[in-house]
Write a protein that binds this ligand. Structure first.
Ligand code: 6GU
Length: 483
């Protein structure tokens, strides 16, 4: 990440950022800092950059031209070739108050320009031309933007890969769930007659984790009750016969929260239960794409979930052909049942009928896109809390005619079967007879769950024809789309 800072006091920023963790990151090249002295662009023989305010009043105002030239020197270098201009952040008490979601979003940029004001401020006209974001670091007034720029750089840098060591980053993310950090202790075990809490000395990891979570919540309740209100329970309800959708939904959900709840809708029992969600909850609904639609099962997928204007994100995971109507179908169903779809994504996962299509997906690039989507969703949740949630537009037909899919050829090697019944229990649509272990084709989704769960390797399938067709036509990797 490269920071350009336009300022009248470059050494103030240089000194701060060259210290401690950001200093280390500058040394090893993970961060780069380029300060520009606005005074160097003065057009005046006394090197002045400020003047009296039109209309009178106290204080001085920074003139537009030196600021503009300083900005141009970094935003439009003579050697052309760079794409779009970097975002330019003006640090001002009149900006939006910086929070962790904004910090995380800024950290995804490759380059940022920070503009620090002094005196009473900067001539409005140059701000209109160059500034993309107005940011404040809190409701109080500083003498200039430099300290705010340092705070901004420090907070953003923590999200830049490689700035924090593994150890430093593992104890992070307290703000992620709007919870304060639990208390920490080190040696000695007793100090000033105060003992380290017993649970931390016993080495029971689960107990320690539970204690810390409880302490975080209690501490937040006492010190920052306003944060708890923002804390939504996130539930990821997914249908994932072979695990591809599950993996994609986990990647997404874990960018959002530290303690998600998972609801596996492949389990028939869970699908029979009614799940209610309040307006303070958050739902992630995920399904794989079968022939461009939601898997067609008797009790339609997600019909057991009920919201009360509950925000939700929908995910249609597909094997690199297309998601067609799936997102539209999901949105329609869920909004009928009281949810508001604030976002939608179609990740690519391995195709169940081909070893080539979607192989290794989501890959690293996909994960970056999913993360970007997660940050966008955090932002939408925060804005929605203030102004109400708005429903996204997704492509596709919300009520497509059901598609008849040609069943794939399945094989069953009775000699290998150990009669363990796992395939029967795990079949998401109860299509395997408990007695004969035969598949009832009228119910079978061809989801291949039975093949996947069979430890003895007794079940197989032949879909070479479909696979040939798919591989001929859909081998070019698709990029993940989100809405
Ligand atoms: Cl960004 N600048 C100044 N001058 N004062 C502030 C601030 C920024 N954020 C809070 N107070």
């Amino acid at each position: 990440m490269k920071f350009h800072v336009l300022t009248l006091f470059p050494e103030m920023v240089e000194n701060a950022v060259h210290t401690s963790i950001t200093g280390r990151a500058l040394k090893n090249g993970t961060l780069s800092l380029h300060t520009v002295n606005i005074r160097d662009f003065s057009d005046n023989k006394h090197m002045r950059v400020d003047d009296y305010p039109y209309g009178g009043g106290a204080g001085m105002v920074m003139q537009p031209e030196p600021v503009f030239q300083a900005w141009k020197s970094v935003a439009c270098p003579d050697h052309a070739g760079r794409g779009k201009k970097p975002r330019c952040i003006y640090l001002t008490p009149q900006g939006i108050v910086l929070n962790q979601t904004m910090v995380e979003e800024f950290a995804m940029e490759e380059e940022l320009i920070l503009l620090c004001g002094h005196y009473e401020g900067i001539d409005e006209r140059v701000l209109e031309e160059v500034v993309t974001d107005y940011v404040s670091i809190g409701d109080y007034v500083l003498t200039g933007g430099e300290l705010a720029a340092c705070v901004f750089i420090d907070a953003v840098s923590r999200f830049v890969p490689g700035v924090l060591s593994n150890e430093e980053s593992s104890q992070f993310e307290s703000m992620q769930d709007h919870l304060l950090e639990y208390p920490h202790y080190t040696r000695p075990e007793a100090w000033h007659d105060r003992k380290v809490p017993e649970v931390l000395l016993q080495g029971d990891h689960r107990k320690i984790q539970a204690w810390r979570q409880e302490q975080s919540v209690e501490r937040t309740r006492q010190r920052r009750p306003d944060l708890l209100e923002k804390n939504r329970q996130a539930t990821a309800a997914f249908f994932s016969p072979t695990g591809g959708t599950r993996r994609a939904v986990e990647i997404f959900t874990e960018f959002l929260t530290q303690n998600p709840r998972y609801l596996d809708l492949g389990r028939r029992k869970l699908r029979k239960e009614k799940w209610k969600f309040s307006s303070g909850d958050f739902l992630v609904a995920a399904a794989p794409v079968y022939g461009g639609q939601l898997p067609d099962i008797q009790e339609p997928l997600f019909s057991n979930l009920h919201g009360e204007k509950t925000p939700c994100v929908i995910m249609a995971a597909y094997g690199n052909r297309h998601y067609d109507d799936t997102l539209a179908q999901m949105q329609y169903r869920l909004e009928e049942q009281g949810f508001i779809c604030i976002g939608a994504i179609a990740p690519v996962i391995p195709h169940i009928y081909s070893d080539i299509l979607g192989k290794g997906r989501p890959d690293e690039k996909d994960i970056r896109i999913i993360r970007k989507f997660a940050v966008e969703i955090k932002k939408r949740l925060e804005t929605g809390e203030q102004y109400g949630f708005t429903s996204v537009k997704v492509p596709g037909n919300p009520l497509p005619a059901p598609k008849q899919m040609k069943p794939v050829e399945k094989s069953f090697d009775r000699a290998r079967c150990t009669k363990c019944q796992v395939c029967v229990q795990r079949c998401p649509v109860n299509a395997i007879s408990q007695e004969t272990l035969q598949i009832r084709e009228d119910r079978c989704l061809n989801c291949m769950s039975c093949v996947k769960v069979c430890k003895a390797g007794a079940r197989g399938y032949d879909c070479s024809q479909v696979a040939d067709y798919l591989e001929k036509n859909y081998s070019v990797p698709k990029e993940i789309q989100f809405f």
